[in-house]
Design a binder for this molecule. Sequence first.
Ligand code: TA6
Length: 277
Amino acid sequence: MGSLIVDTPVAIGRISDHGAQVLQWQPSGAEPVIWLSSHAVFARDVAIRGGVPICFPWFGAGRSGAMSPAHGFARLVTWPCTATTEQDGTVTVVHVLTQEQAVDPQFPYCYRMTSTASFGDELTLTLLVENTDATPFSFEVALHTYLAVGDASSVSIVGLEGAEYHDKLLDRHVVQAGPVIFDGEVDRVYSSTSDVILRDPALARSVTIAKSGSASTIVWNPWVDKSRAMADFGDEEWRDMVCVETGNVGDRAITLHPGEVHEMKVIVSVSSHRPPS
Ligand code: TA6
């Protein structure tokens, strides 16, 4: 399970061939922006807790609610790394996955996924899905981004005001009023193409999650009880992270005809509110 370390004057980072999963990103002068659990397990067929898991070809248990493993197989397999480049301190890493490395009877199609991760003063993740089969297929996809925060109970997310979301805890559809705040477990799938900003007063910074090719934004914090119930998640780690995920899930799933390609991109950037020293 190889991984590549990025360490330049612009940023440090880390990406694993397991799931082509970003594990770390910290632009120069900032605190870490991507969160990784101190209890994460690194093993075959196991999802690494934290970073940016790639959920494909379904999200959660899928639209049927019967798919397994959770969030699909892409994050559980080794992706061949096909290129690494560096320019002016920004390092770009490319991984490609096809049905030759990962196939599942629940998704019996030929496909090519290309993940491009650029570690610079921004983190840019681009996911291309190509239908290389002779028949159309539909899929869900998400970049399940774990963001490091100073205190989840004091952060807020702006940019989702007025968006409808499926509250997975209540199993009902709601319209977002005002910023998203965290005073308990939150597990919501928003129908939204908007960029969002996570405001983190404890770290005196804002993190912007800009996106294209994505009609779903998923927001998750497990809070206390669920954190304690997960073996690969520290009992108090709920305070240190918020997931703001970029995807196309549920009724926003994508259908590709033979030869068609879908691109989804997320650009994570951080701005400090600390007065210059
Ligand atoms: O993105 C939110 C979510 O779907 C939650 O329901 C929770 O299950 C989370 O993903 C983590 O899923 P995982 O399979 O990585 O434990």
